[in-house]
Every structure is written in structure tokens, then in C-alpha cells.
Write a protein that binds this ligand. Structure first.
Ligand code: F3S
Length: 399
């Protein structure tokens, strides 16, 4: 990989130890993926923020970068942390965990990274436009950025995203290149989808089929008549989880779909397959459900308004987490939705989610509208699951 003179001086240590280490990470990655050069990025999203995932070793790396004069060179936000930064006691997070989580956030803040912890940065102002080169971690957000916004990013890991932030650079390979963004298979959908759970079930069945096909996976999807922002974030999370997909084109909905040709290879996805995928994520009986969570990926303000409408004047009977970005919650606070939701006994869990919070062993079964949350509830926390439409998730909390 060719470095410019300026890049070589960073690698030689002219801008401090953190920038040097970042350049070492980026050049090593570039060599592995045979990138010819580094390119500038305008936005970064960093994963690996929960202390539950990072541990002391991860925190030591962050501290080393912060103490080595690491400074974000471009707009950088964070993935969810392991707790609500203000309201952690109410979620029964231990004081010891909270102390360690705050050390993580302090290290990021020292590097001038915005410590808004959310997996939907695109809803709170870290919103790249069509064609912009970015370096994002968080598989659901990567899929959304590439497919819905039309920005260009690979699936970064925590260290490579941090390295991109501290240098403003990323190796040019993968989804930064036109050729790698071309679709590999056409997907014809013959089913009506409306709820987030429908899109999640579709993402699961399609993801599993694509994974079985191997190779590069960029579907060109036809037959979806409409999809809201909320549907698309749910679909992106599911397709990335079950199929490792970082980019799709959806005819009539996503920016590049009109600019590329559908491949001749075609697979059909019908309503029976989607129904089977949905049923595979329901193994909890209603009387086993003791945990309800909405907000995977983090809720939009529109979804919070709907929860407030459904909970007004009622009382929940189960632990119910509303997971969202702090700025979105602040809108809810200002408009009175938070007061309505909390009066009903539901809890805001801003900055975190039911997957990255340390809750293993606390619950038996989760009700959610998220196919991704179902995957991790079982794989990480050994909870049973019930994938339900949005309004029915709220009803489950009231039973
Ligand atoms: Fe976001 Fe947590 Fe789901 S990070 S996509 S809410 S698993």
C-alpha cells in the first residue's frame, strides 16, 4: 500500500503514539485486504463500548490511546454502553460495573469522541449522505449506512474504527469500491411486510439463505412496496446478524438500486418462509415472559410516541425497557412522553440495550419486535424469546 509523505510521518510517530498506533492498524489492514491507498473519511462510529465486552484489556487499550494524545479528527460517535449513563441504578446495574463503564466513557471523551452511545447514530446527527466515505462499526448501522443512506463503509471493528477516527483515514477496499458494491443476486419478495417484526423475519430467512450461498453477499431486493425508517433499521439489524450482510439494494427505496442492474441469478422469498422464520424466534409461552424490550436498534422518536400512546393511563406488570439514544430521550422528556411512559412503570434504558447490558441470568423470556435481539437474547443470555409486532410487545408488558 502506498502512503503519502504526510501519512508516512504519522506512521513514523510525528503526531504522537496514538496516531502512530492507529496508522499501524490501518496499514496492516490495508495489506491484508490489498488496498492501494488510504482515503479520508468524514464520519466514524465505534463499537466495543460496553465494559461487559471490553473488560480491563479493552479499557487498557483505550487508555493507552487517550494518553498517547489520541484526538478524533472527524465526527465520531459510540455504540451503546453497558448501562444507562444517568439511570443505571434503576436498571439494577451494579455500582462496580457502573464505575468501570464510566472509566470507558471518560477515555473516549479524552479523545474528543462524542460519548453519545447509540447504534442509530444516523437518527441523532451522525448522518452521512450518498457517496460519503465513512468508517463505521456496528453491523446494523453499517448495513443502514451503505444500503439506506448510500454512504460507503466496511464493517469495521472497534480498534479499526478508533484508528480511523484518530487519523481521519481508512484503507480503500471492500465497500468503498464501486465493483464491490455491485449486487450478486436478485431477491424477489412475494409477501406483504408491514411490521418491524416482519422485516426482521424476512432478514433472518434471507440472511440465512445468503450465508448458505457463500462468497460476497449483496442482494438486489425487489417486491417491497414500502418500508419506513423503522422497518429498514430492523431489517438491516436482522440481515447483518443472520447473514453478515453489509449492503443491499432495495428497488424503489435505497439510493443505488436504480443505478445498478439486477443480477440474473434470482431467489424467491415467499410469505411461508417468512412465517417459518418468525415462528423460529418464538419459543416462549406468554406466561414465561418476564422481560419486555423495544429499541433494537435504538428507537426513533416516532416509536417512542407510539409507546406513550399505548401506555397512557395503564400499568405494566413486567420489567419493560425502552432503549434509545440519549438525544432522542431528551426530545421525549421535553414533550412529556417520558413522563407518560414512566408513570406506567416502564423504564427508559438510554445509552444501552438488552443485549450489551450485563443481564445474563436475570430473566427467563424476552418479548421484543427485533429479530436481532432474539438472536442475542438466546445466544448471549440464554433467554427464551417471543418475536411480536410492536403494539403486541407493549400489550405483553401489560398482561
Ligand atoms: Fe443496537 Fe443493541 Fe440491537 S446495539 S442493534 S440495540 S443489539
Amino acid at each position: 500500500m502506498q502512503l503519502t509523505k504526510a501519512e508516512q510521518t504519522i506512521l513514523d510517530g510525528a503526531q504522537g503514539r496514538a496516531a502512530q498506533k492507529s496508522m499501524e492498524i490501518l496499514t496492516a489492514l490495508g495489506k491484508i485486504y490489498t488496498a492501494e491507498r488510504l482515503i479520508p473519511v468524514t464520519s466514524v462510529q465505534i463499537s466495543g463500548v460496553s465494559y461487559a465486552n471490553l473488560g480491563e484489556a479493552g479499557l487498557a487499550f483505550l487508555t493507552e490511546m487517550a494518553e498517547g494524545d489520541g484526538q478524533a479528527q472527524v465526527l465520531t460517535t459510540l455504540n451503546p454502553a453497558g448501562m444507562d449513563i444517568e439511570n443505571w441504578e434503576n436498571l439494577e446495574i451494579s455500582a462496580k460495573f457502573a464505575e468501570n463503564q464510566l472509566r470507558v466513557l471518560d477515555a473516549f471523551a479524552l479523545m474528543n469522541i462524542i460519548t453519545t452511545a447509540t447504534c442509530t447514530p444516523y437518527l441523532i446527527g451522525n448522518t452521512p449522505h450518498f457517496g460519503e466515505h465513512i468508517a463505521w462499526a456496528e453491523s446494523s448501522a453499517v448495513c443502514y449506512a451503505n444500503s439506506v443512506l448510500g454512504a460507503r463503509t466496511n464493517r469495521e471493528g472497534g480498534p479499526s474504527a478508533l484508528a480511523a477516527s484518530l487519523t481521519g483515514l481508512t484503507p480503500e477496499y471492500g465497500y468503498h469500491l464501486d465493483a464491490e458494491r455491485l449486487p450478486t443476486v436478485t431477491v424477489q419478495v412475494e409477501a406483504a411486510l408491514g411490521e418491524n417484526a416482519d422485516f426482521g423475519a424476512f432478514g433472518k430467512t434471507l440472511g440465512e439463505q445468503l450465508e448458505g450461498m457463500g462468497g460476497r453477499r449483496v442482494p438486489y431486493i425487489r417486491g417491497i412496496e414500502s418500508a419506513s425508517v423503522e422497518n429498514l433499521k430492523s431489517f438491516c439489524a436482522s440481515l447483518a446478524t443472520y447473514g453478515g450482510v453489509a449492503l443491499f439494494h432495495m428497488l424503489g427505496i435505497t439510493p443505488e438500486a436504480g443505478l445498478v442492474l439486477p443480477p440474473q441469478d434470482e431467489i424467491l422469498v415467499n410469505s411461508e418462509e417468512i412465517q417459518r422464520a418468525r415462528e423460529s424466534m418464538i419459543d416462549a409461552d406468554s406466561d414465561e415472559i418476564d422481560f419486555v424490550s423495544l429499541g433494537c436498534p435504538h428507537l426513533s422518536i416516532k416509536e417512542i410516541v407510539r409507546i406513550a400512546e399505548l401506555l397512557e393511563g395503564k400499568q405494566v406488570t413486567k420489567e419493560f425497557w425502552i432503549t434509545t439514544a440519549r438525544p432522542t430521550k431528551e426530545i421525549a422528556d421535553r414533550m412529556g412522553y417520558t413522563a407518560v411512559i414512566e408513570a406506567a412503570g416502564a423504564k427508559f434504558a438510554a445509552d444501552t440495550c438488552c443485549v450489551v447490558a450485563p443481564i445474563k441470568g436475570r430473566f427467563t423470556a424476552l418479548a421484543t419486535d427485533s429479530a436481532k435481539a432474539c438472536y442475542y437474547a438466546y445466544a448471549k443470555n440464554k433467554f427464551k424469546t417471543a418475536l411480536l409486532p410492536f403494539d403486541e410487545v407493549v400489550s405483553e408488558a401489560l398482561k
